[in-house]
Every structure is written in structure tokens, then in C-alpha cells.
Design a protein around this ligand. Sequence first.
Ligand code: HEM
Ligand SMILES: [Cu+2]
Length: 539
Amino acid sequence: MASISIPIPLRDRAKSGVLGWLATVDHKKIGIMYMVMSFSFFIAAGVMALLIRLQLAAPNMQVVDPNTYNQLFTMHGSVMIFLFTIPMLVGGFGNYFVPLMIGARDVAFPRLNAFSFWITLGAGLVMLIGFVFGARSDAAWTAYVPYSTKSFSPTIGMDIWLIGVILLGIGSTLGAVNFLVTVYSMRAPGMTAWRIPMFVWAMATTAGMVLLATPVLTAALFMLVADRNFNTQFFTANRVQLWQHMFWFYSHPAVYIMILPAMGIVSEIIPVFSRKPLFGLRAVVISTVLIGLLGFTTWVHHMFVSGVDPAIERFFMFTTMVIAVPTGVKVFNWLATLWGGSLNLKTPLLMCIGFLATFVIGGISGVMQASIPLDQYVHNSYFVVAHFHYVLFGGSVFGIFAALYYWGPKITGRMFDEKLGKWHFWLMMIGFNVTFFPMHFLGLQGMPRRIATYDPGRGWELGNLVSTLGAFLIAFSVLIFIINALKLRHGERAGDDPWEGNTLEWSVASPPPEYNFLEIPTVESDRPLFDARMRTPHI
Ligand code: HEM
Ligand SMILES: [Cu+2]
């Protein structure tokens, strides 16, 4: 790999200790802080999920009272989405790896980057501390009016939730500006569009979506805060649909904000672990950007029972089905990459296969619900809960763990224990399906979502019991991951490039030095490290 010498600028930096973390503007340290923060929130929201599942394990349980139950699923959904999945993928992996993968020494605006992190952490703490001390919202993560108006949610908990999400939106919008500028202007010489790594393409598309979608949600949140506190009337009277339009204009794209980076991760890992180039690279890139654009055309599919004009509903039914096309293209490309490859079946690849198997199920139930008549039947039932967990857990969470096993050695310099990794994967895969597959049937049998308990004799007992057992199996598998992570310090040394990777992050030490690259590399293909290995004669 050729390279260019550019002097490393000196930064006045606090070198070590706690202050070194608090005052850091290094994208890698900020990335690690995002990861630790998000993972902690994942555990918190996971504990809430276990309480929810305990309460539903059998009819007429009294683990928590109905009010607490509402608060629990509201916070579970909000934390999983806003404080775990998005900050882990975008803030964590995006921050750590985008500069390394494009051959840059940092992001374009390092101080703004630190600001985005601290505002995100601050917002998260406000929401969680509010929750712990009893200032709780119970209007679900969707905060639909009129539930979220002063008449139905008079307490401060709702305001805290609203302000928390506004602050999170500011953090993620600033982060998006930073990523776009970084990818646009700081790529290594020679890194033309088709040579940009798949994860970076995914992150740039995601950043574009964040930039377009988040301001609409932020505006809606401000309007609701004003309605609640300053007697404005944006959402009162018959303006229920207005909230739903503004909310889903952000929150449908948010699904892709959570899935595109995970798809980027899978597109990085599968070629490396199949020892083949990515099949149809350009088709994958074009599909990524298309998903980003089409993601903005489908939001009304959440509103098929809200009284929208039927002609408009039909348009959105069509667009929702169309978005399955670029998604299908990607799935075929991943399968074609795996096909005939010499598979290295280590944990990162297993997690990707878990992603593929489960995400496809979520995608199919998604297309089913795009159909207006079917959606009107399953709307607000457990079928929906099954569907979006297949997408968000089966997709994003498997992608996140794939990334942790794949890039963990780069971040820490140590290898995970493969045996524990495999145990984690299989137990999580089984636990996940045991938890969420029965929910499809519960939904079809008429069990509504967001109910705190149910009477016996409706045929829902077995499905709920099985689902709760599965949830504890997931928790056990995550415990194995935590043990594996704690054991890392005694792990085998990773070296620079333990997987024989393709992209630039594997050309530097593990963990990388603060300046990333002593000399800026130049790039001649979409697999610069593969090229370098080909040039070095084997000994
Ligand atoms: C750790 C395993 C998990 C379990 C056992 C679990 C369980 C549940 C259950 C039972 C509900 C329905 C509550 C109800 O409608 O009464 C729910 C809702 C929800 N979950 Fe999960 N979940 C898990 C992980 C996740 C993940 C990883 C995400 C997102 C990345 C997520 C996002 C949501 C959302 C958005 C809701 C809707 C909340 C609402 O209705 O406002 N969950 N979860
Ligand atoms: Cu949607």
C-alpha cells in the first residue's frame, strides 16, 4: 500500500486518566464512550423487558401494576431505540471506524463530536434518572396525542421524556453533519466512490437520513411541549393525525437508521469470512442509497387505521412494498458472496448468518403488513411486536454483536474466547426465536400489544409462557457475552489484522495509535489490504 507523509498536528490534550476521557476529542475514545454508554442502556432496557415478560408470563399476574407496566414498555422501547441501537451503531461504531476505514486521522469536527456525545449522555441520564425517581412517561415510545397531552399525561414525566428526546435529536443531528463532512472531504487519496467501504457508505446514507428526518421530529416534540406548557393548540382538537404524520416521518426512517449501519457491518464481515469479494458491490451501494431515499416515502403505513384518505393509503402500500426490492437485492448479494466461499465459521460470521435468517423473517412480515387489509387485521396486536423485534433485534442487535466480535480485537488488541462466543450466539439465536416467534400467533389470535395482563381461556397462555422463558434465555446469553468481554484482558493478542481483513483499519496497530495513520495511505481498489497482502510475497 502506497502512502503519503503529512505531519501529525499536535493537539493540546489531557493525556491520561479520567480527565483524558472527559476532555477527549479523539474519535476512537468518543466511540468507546458511546459503546459503553449504549451497552449500559441496553442492559437497563433489557431488565425492563424481563419485567414486562414476567408480568405477561401467565394470566392475571401481579408483578407490576398496570401504570408501572405502561411506564415500563414506554421506557423499554424509547431506551432500546434512542439510547441503545442508534447511539451504538452511529455514535459507537460510526465514530470509531469511519475515520479509520477512509484513512483519516479523525472526524472533520472533533470538538463537535465530543459535544454530540455529552449531550446524548446527558439526555439519557435525564430520562433514566427521571424514570428511577418516578417522573415517568407512560404514553409509549410513540407518544401519540391525545395520550401525551396535558389532559391524559399531566405529570412532569412526559415533559422530561419530551425534553430528553429533543436533546437526543440535537446530538444526533450534529453527529450526522460531522459524518457527512468527514466522508465527503477526508477520504484517503484514491478512495473514489466505488472504493468507499460498505460500512462507510451505509453510515453516510444513515447520516443523510438523520439530517433530513430528525428536525421534523424535533419540531413535533417542541410543539407538544408548547401545547402542554404554553397553551398552544397544535395537536388538540382534531389534529391527532398531524402528530402521527410528523412522528412517523422521522420514525419510519429511524428503522433504516438502525438497520443500514447493521447491513453495512454484515457487508464488511461476509466477504472477509467467505474469502471472496462482495458479490455485486455496485448493486449493494445503489441499494443502500435507494433504501435511504425510499425510506422517506413509506411512513403512512403506520396509519392504516387512522382515517387517512384510502387513495393515499394505497400509494403508501405500494411504496412500502417497493422498498423490499433493494432490500432483497442486498440479501441475494450476501447469499451469493457466501455461496461457494471457504467459510470461516467464527462468531462474527455466525452473528451475520443470524442477522440474515431473522431479518428476512422480519422483512417478510413487514411486506405482509404493507397490505392494507392484512394490516387492519393485525394492527396493534402482538403480530406487530413480533415483526419489529425480528427487524430490530434479529437485524440491528445481531449486527451489533457481529461488529463487537469482528472489531472488538481491533479496539482492545485482544481476541474474544471463541467457545464462549459460539455459546453466546447459539443461545441468543434460540432464545430470540423462542421469545418472538410465538408472538406472531398470539397476535393472530387477537392478543393486543400494550396490555398489562389478560384473562385465562383465550388460548394465549402457552405462547406467553414460552415467550417469557425465551426472554430469560436471551438474558443468559448476554451474560455469557459480558463474561467474555470481561475475560478479554487475558485474551490472545490480536495483532494488526487477525481476520485478514480488506479495509484500512486492519493496517494499523490494535488498538490504533491516537493519530491512526503515521502516513496517509493511498487506495487503489475497494480492498486495499487485500491488495497489500497480494503484493507481499508469502514466506
Ligand atoms: C432483550 C430482549 C427483548 C425482549 C424480551 C423484549 C420484549 C418486548 C415486549 C414483550 C414488548 C411489548 C410490550 C407491550 O406491548 O405490552 C416490547 C415492546 C417494544 N420493544 Fe422490546 N424486547 C426486547 C428487545 C428489544 C430491542 C433490542 C428493541 C429495539 C432495538 C426493542 C424495542 C421495542 C419497542 C420499540 C417496543 C414498543 C414499545 C411501545 O409499545 O411503546 N425491544 N418489547
Ligand atoms: Cu414503518
